[in-house]
Design a protein around this ligand. Structure first.
Ligand SMILES: Nc1ncnc2c1ncn2[C@@H]1O[C@H](COP(=O)(O)OP(=O)(O)O)[C@@H](O)[C@H]1O
Ligand SMILES: [Mg+2]
Length: 580
C-alpha cells in the first residue's frame, strides 16, 4: 500500500530527497554546537584562554547561522514535497471518482468519498511531511549524539543500553493499543460528514417539516461518537508523554549520579558532563520523535487503506474502449430483452425489474406509466448504462449497450433525470452543458421548445440570469423546463424524460408534448409520467407494475383491455384528475 501511495510523489521526488538531506545538515549543526560548547567551557573558561574563546565563539556563530539557513530550506522543501504529494493524490482520487458508476457511488456513499478525498489525504500529507523531517533526522540525531557520547565517556554511555530499549518498548506498547482506534475514527468522520451533507442538501425539506430538532439530534449523535472515539484515542496516547518523560528523567538522573562521581574523582571534566547531558536529551528526544512518527504512520495506514480502496476500485461499469472516437450516429431503437435488475449494493431481496422485454422503434414516442416505486426510473437508467442489467440485455440500435463506448452512447442520449440539478452559473452556462458550442440563437430556440423562453425573457438579464447553487432561485417547473432545454440542446437520438414535467402545469406540458410530435419526429422520446393526460397521445404506453410490464399499447388499446391502466385513468378522472 505504501508503495502504491509513494507512486503519487511523482514530480516532487526531488524535494522528497533534498528535504531529508538538508534536515541532516540542520541536525549536524545542532549537534556540533553542544560539543563546541563543552570545549568552550572546558578549555576556554576553565583555562582562562581568551583568544581561544573568541575563535570558538566565532565558529559557533557561523555554525548556528548555517544551521538556520539550512533549516529554512529544509522546511520549504519538505512542505513542497508533502503538499505536492497531497495534490497528486487528491487529483488521482477525483479522477477515479469521475469514472465511478452510480452503483460505485452508492457503494462508498458520497460522504465517505468526500472524507477520503479531503481528510484522509490531508492526514497522509501530514505524515509525509513528518517523514521527510523526522525519518532521517531522528536516527541521525541519535547516532551522532551516541557517537559523541561514547567518545566523551564510554562508561557513562552504557546507560543508554538500558534507557533506549525501555523507551522504545513503552512507545510500541502504547502505539499498539491505539492503532485500531484511528481506523474507527475515520469512519466516525464519514458519519459526521454524511450527517452534515445530508442536512445541508435537504435544508429546505428539514425546515419545512420542522425537523431541525431531529436533525440536531442526529448530528449530535455523530458528533458525540466522533468525540468519544477521539478522546479514547487521546487518553491512550496521553500516557505516552508522562511515560516517556519518566524514562527520560530517570536516565538524566542516573547520568548526573554516575557523572557527578566521575567529575568528583577527576575522571571527567565538568564541561564534558554538561555536553553529555545535552546529548542525553537529544538522544531520548529523537527516540520519542521517531515513535511519534510511528504513531502518525499507524493513523496514516488507516487513511492509506481508505484512499487506496477508492483508487483500486474497479468501476462497476467498464467502458468498452472498442469504438473509442466512433462517430457513427445512433438512430434510437431500444430493445430490452428479458431484463432483470437489482441494485448491486442493496440487500433487498428480489428484483426491482423482472424479466422486462419490449421493443421501441427508432423515432417513436413512448410513455411509461406506473405508481411510484414500481421501477420506472430504474428502467430508464439502464439505457445510458447508469447501471447494468443484472441479467438479460439492453440493446440500442441492435447493439448491446455494454459494447458501446460510454461517451459515444451517452452523447446520443438526452436525459432529464427525476432529481435534476442546475449548476451555479448563468442560465446560458447551464444550457451550454447540452452543447458548449451553441450560440444564443440555438439556446433560445431550445428554450422555446421546452416552454422556458417566456419566463427567461421576463428576467431582466435573460440568459445571463444567475442561477444559485442547486437552482434554488427558479421555481420547480422552471427548473424542469431548463433541464429539458439543456437535454434538447444535445440534439440526442434518444430523449428520456423521467418525471420531468411533474411540476409544469398541464397546458404548458401539452405544448412541450406538441414539440416532440412536430419537431422531434426522428428522436426516440421516452417519457416517464404519472398523469394519463401526459401520456395518452404517445405511440406506445408501457404500464409498469411491481417491476414487470403489465401491458403495452396505445391509449385506446390499454383503455380497452388493461385493468391497471383503467384504474389509473379512473383515479385521475375523479375530481378532474391530478391536474386539478
Ligand atoms: N439507488 C438505489 N439503491 C437501492 N434501491 C433503489 C435505488 N433506487 C431505487 N431503489 C428501489 O428500487 C425500486 C424502484 O425505484 P424507482 O425505479 O426509482 O421507482 P419509480 O421511478 O417507478 O418511482 C424502489 O423500491 C426503490 O426503493
Ligand atoms: Mg422515478
Amino acid at each position: 500500500m505504501f508503495k502504491q501511495l509513494m507512486g503519487y510523489i511523482g514530480e516532487y521526488k526531488k524535494y522528497f530527497i533534498l528535504a531529508p538531506i538538508l534536515v541532516v545538515g540542520e541536525s549536524v549543526a545542532e549537534l556540533i554546537l553542544p560539543y563546541l560548547m563543552g570545549l568552550l567551557v572546558g578549555n576556554g573558561v576553565g583555562g582562562n584562554n581568551i583568544p581561544y574563546m573568541y575563535r570558538l565563539g566565532a565558529i559557533m556563530i557561523v555554525v548556528a547561522a548555517l544551521g538556520i539557513v539550512d533549516g529554512i530550506y529544509a522546511a520549504k522543501f519538505s512542505a513542497k514535497a508533502s503538499q505536492g504529494f497531497g495534490y497528486n493524490l487528491r487529483e488521482a482520487l477525483f479522477r477515479k471518482v469521475q469514472t465511478f458508476s452510480f452503483a460505485d457511488v452508492d457503494k462508498f456513499s458520497t460522504a465517505s468519498l468526500v472524507t477520503r478525498c479531503t481528510t484522509d489525504v490531508k492526514q497522509l500529507q501530514q505524515t509525509a511531511m513528518e517523514l521527510t523531517r523526522v525519518l532521517i533526522r531522528a536516527p541521525s540525531l541519535l547516532f551522532v549524539s551516541l557517537f559523541f557520547c561514547f567518545r566523551m565517556n564510554f562508561r557513562l554511555s552504557i546507560t543508554f543500553l538500558v534507557a533506549i530499549p525501555t523507551l522504545l518498548a513503552v512507545v510500541l506498547i502504547i502505539v499498539h493499543f491505539t492503532t485500531h482506534l484511528f481506523e474507527i475514527m475515520q469512519t466516525k468522520i464519514d458519519n459526521l460528514n454524511a450527517s452534515v451533507q445530508e442536512n445541508l442538501i435537504a435544508i429546505r425539506v428539514v425546515k419545512s417539516f420542522v425537523r431541525m430538532a431531529f436533525e440536531k439530534q442526529k448530528f449530535k449523535k455523530a458528533n458525540d461518537d466522533l468525540m468519544r472515539t477521539s478522546i479514547m484515542a487521546t487518553i491512550r496516547l496521553s500516557v505516552m508523554h508522562p511515560a516517556t518523560m519518566m524514562v527520560l528523567y530517570i536516565t538524566t538522573l542516573a547520568i548526573y549520579w554516575f557523572g557527578g562521581h566521575m567529575v568528583g574523582s577527576g575522571q571527567m571534566m565538568d564541561g564534558q558532563l554538561l555536553s553529555f547531558i545535552t546529548y542525553v536529551n537529544q538522544i531520548l528526544m529523537s527516540v520519542m520523535m521517531f515513535s511519534m512518527v510511528l504513531m502518525g504512520l499507524t493513523r496514516a495506514r488507516a487513511c492509506g487503506r481508505r484512499v487506496t480502496e477508492v483508487l483500486n476500485h474497479e468501476p462497476d461499469i467498464r467502458d468498452s474502449r472498442e469504438d473509442e472516437g466512433d462517430e457513427t450516429p445512433i438512430r434510437g431503437e431500444i430493445v430490452f430483452e428479458n431484463v432483470s435488475f437489482r441494485y448491486p449494493q442493496s440487500d433487498r431481496k428480489g428484483m426491482v425489474l423482472h424479466d422486462v422485454s419490449f421493443r421501441i422503434p427508432a423515432g417513436s414516442f413512448v410513455a411509461i406509466v406506473g405508481a411510484t416505486g414500481e421501477g420506472k426510473t430504474s428502467l430508464v437508467n439502464l439505457i445510458p448504462r447508469f447501471y447494468d442489467a443484472t441479467s438479460g440485455a439492453v440493446y440500442v440500435d441492435g447493439k448491446n449497450v455494454k459494447d458501446y463506448n460510454l461517451r459515444h452512447l451517452r452523447k446520443h442520449i438526452g436525459m432529464v433525470l427525476q432529481n435534476n440539478v442546475l449548476f451555479t452559473g448563468t442560465i446560458r452556462s447551464n444550457l451550454q452543458w447540452g452543447n458548449p458550442q451553441a450560440d444564443d440563437e440555438e439556446l433560445l430556440a431550445a428554450t422555446k421548445d421546452s416552454q422556458a423562453y417566456e419566463f427567461i425573457s421576463r428576467f431582466p438579464e435573460g440568459l445571463d440570469t444567475q442561477i444559485d447553487q442547486g437552482g434554488v432561485n427558479v421555481s420547480g417547473g422552471q427548473k424542469q423546463r431548463l433541464c429539458i432545454a439543456r437535454a434538447m440542446l444535445k440534439k440526442p437520438s434518444i430523449l428520456i424524460l423521467d418525471d420531468s414535467t411533474s411540476a409544469v402545469d398541464s397546458a404548458t406540458e401539452g405544448k412541450i408534448r406538441e414539440t416532440f410530435y412536430n419537431k422531434y419526429k426522428d428522436t426516440t422520446v421516452l417519457l416517464v409520467a404519472q398523469r394519463i393526460s401526459s401520456v395518452q397521445y404517445a405511440d406506445q404506453i408501457i404500464v409498469l407494475e411491481h417491476g414487470t410490464i403489465e401491458d403495452m399499447g396505445s391509449h385506446d388499446e390499454l383503455m380497452a383491455r388493461c385493468r391497471v391502466y383503467q384504474e389509473i385513468y379512473a383515479s385521475q378522472q375523479e375530481g378532474g384528475g391530478l391536474d386539478g
